[in-house]
Design a protein around this ligand. Structure first.
Ligand SMILES: NC(=O)c1ccc[n+]([C@@H]2O[C@H](COP(=O)([O-])OP(=O)(O)OC[C@H]3O[C@@H](n4cnc5c(N)ncnc54)[C@H](OP(=O)(O)O)[C@@H]3O)[C@@H](O)[C@H]2O)c1
Length: 242
């Protein structure tokens, strides 16, 4: 049975991905900051049994990651999805993708910007590196960076969401750069955008349901092979411009 580890799996797209992989008979290691309050995951556990494990993991916390690595020693992983992510809090929950933050750089919240870079860039770097031995035990091992269309430099000429855009563009570069190292270990790294999705982050006006985003991302991941290494893909399988 193929196995996937998903970060930020307690709600939103991460939870949708847990459901999509379980429905296709994958073993799912659903990680989240607070398993005790992850009620949707706990309910899924009641119906999924051994197919679903819930593991505490904060992608900002290297000590906690090291503990999870020790707990999962020797467990083969076929896919890691670096899904956990944050965006500017202004407008969060009501259309965080609609660019309603103040674009004046003099007023930007630089502490928040650093926190967003830490979670969205350093987090996936820490997770992907920390679990590399598990991936080496997997079949057709793949690392997925959950990126965004807002990371596309070619498509961007719009002020605002500086922290999120720069973090996801940096995440794409992390995928490309570490991708060569991963390739040398037999691991395929890609970046996939789930599209604008109705979650706490995406807000109610987004075009995709969680189910559509998750099933699209699942299909893309399921079809990945070594020739796809380094691609910036959309949830519908098309390639996005850098
Ligand atoms: N929604 C969209 O339109 C859209 C579009 C493009 C890309 N994306 C990307 O897709 C991914 C999922 O987005 P979403 O819409 O599902 O967001 P969401 O509804 O805001 O959920 C974010 C998830 O990330 C987790 N998380 C945040 N910081 C974390 C940390 N330090 N360690 C572990 N988990 C952490 C949250 O956990 P808590 O519950 O503990 O806070 C939550 O499970 C993100 O990477 C996002 O950038 C989303």
């Amino acid at each position: 049975m193929a196995a996937v580890l998903i970060t930020g799996a307690n709600r939103g797209i991460g939870l949708g991905l847990v459901r999509a992989f379980l429905a296709s008979d994958w073993k799912v290691i659903a990680t989240c900051r607070n398993p005790d309050t992850a009620s949707d995951l706990q309910s899924l556990k009641n119906t999924s049994g051994d197919s679903l494990s819930i593991v505490a993991l904060d992608v900002d916390d290297q000590d906690g990651i090291n503990r999870a690595v020790r707990d999962l020693e020797g467990v083969p992983l076929d896919v890691i999805i670096n899904n956990a992510g944050i965006v500017e809090q202004e407008g969060y929950g009501s259309g965080a993708y609609e660019g309603i933050d103040d674009p004046d750089l003099r007023k930007y919240d630089y502490d928040q910007w650093e926190a967003i870079l830490r979670t969205n860039v350093l987090g996936p770097a820490r997770i992907s590196g920390s679990f590399v031995e598990n991936l080496k035990l997997g079949d057709n091992p793949r690392i997925v960076m959950m990126t965004s269309g807002l990371a596309s430099i070619a498509n961007t000429w719009q002020a605002g969401r500086y922290a999120y855009r720069t973090s996801k563009a940096a995440l794409n570069m992390l995928m490309r750069s570490s991708g060569e190292w991963f390739e040398s270990l037999g691991i395929t790294a890609v970046a996939i955008s789930p599209g604008w999705t109705r979650t706490d982050m995406g807000g109610p006006n987004a075009s995709n349901s969680v189910e559509d985003a998750a099933s699209g991302v699942f299909k893309v991941i399921d079809g990945l092979n070594k020739d796809d290494a380094g691609k910036f893909l959309n949830f519908d399988g098309t390639t996005l411009p850098w």
